[in-house]
Design a protein around this ligand. Structure first.
Ligand SMILES: [Zn+2]
Length: 184
């Protein structure tokens, strides 16, 4: 790695030892390799067209031109819980991620998430890729999505993670997401 690459990964808190040089591999192979090793960044593919950068995220983008994609990838890779919360008032469920689901659910009620104050924790699933599982499960539940809104610090906030599906449907979507990434 050159100095710019070393500075970039140091700035983003990525250990140099975790960077693999996969530049000789075809795209499908380096992406597969990055997924299986859970790598955040690798030297892979052809250098980026704009600046000739070599560091890529597993999604395929140039890491150096799209540093925000690192945050996105990292959130997806982070360990934690995917939780299911239920509000009787709304008759809807929320699927989200948290390190501490109980504390998170208390916060939902305090912040009147979706306008409700009666959130309870119904289920939680521990995984090393919480954000990934959450996104996949939410996608599978798309047809149950409800557009709620709540107020936070005087502003109206859209609650986009509300699903009017029964617990069994939500559990099924999360289990499938876990299976799809090879975690169950
Ligand atoms: Zn670039």
């Amino acid at each position: 790695m050159n100095k710019i690459e070393r500075d970039f990964i140091a700035h983003h808190g990525i250990p140099a030892s975790s960077i693999e040089d996969l530049s000789g591999l075809p795209r499908t192979e380096w992406r597969q390799r990055m997924r299986s090793t859970n790598a955040l960044v690798s030297i892979a593919g052809a250098p980026c067209r704009a600046f000739g950068h070599r560091l890529r995220v597993s999604g395929g983008q140039c890491a150096q031109c799209n540093p925000h994609s690192l945050g996105y990838t990292r959130r997806h890779r982070s360990p934690g819980f995917v939780y299911v919360a239920f509000s009787t008032e709304l008759a809807c469920r929320k699927v989200g991620t948290a390190v501490d689901p109980r504390a998170r659910i208390e916060l939902l009620s305090r912040e009147k998430y979706g306008g409700a104050v009666d959130w309870v924790l119904e289920a939680s699933f521990q995984t090393d890729r919480a954000g990934d599982v959450e996104t996949r499960a939410q996608r599978a539940l798309k047809r149950f999505r409800q557009d709620g809104s709540y107020r936070k610090e005087g502003k109206s906030i859209n609650a986009k993670e509300l699903f009017c599906a029964d617990l069994q449907q939500v559990r099924k979507a999360i289990r499938k997401a876990l299976r799809d990434i090879g975690r169950e």
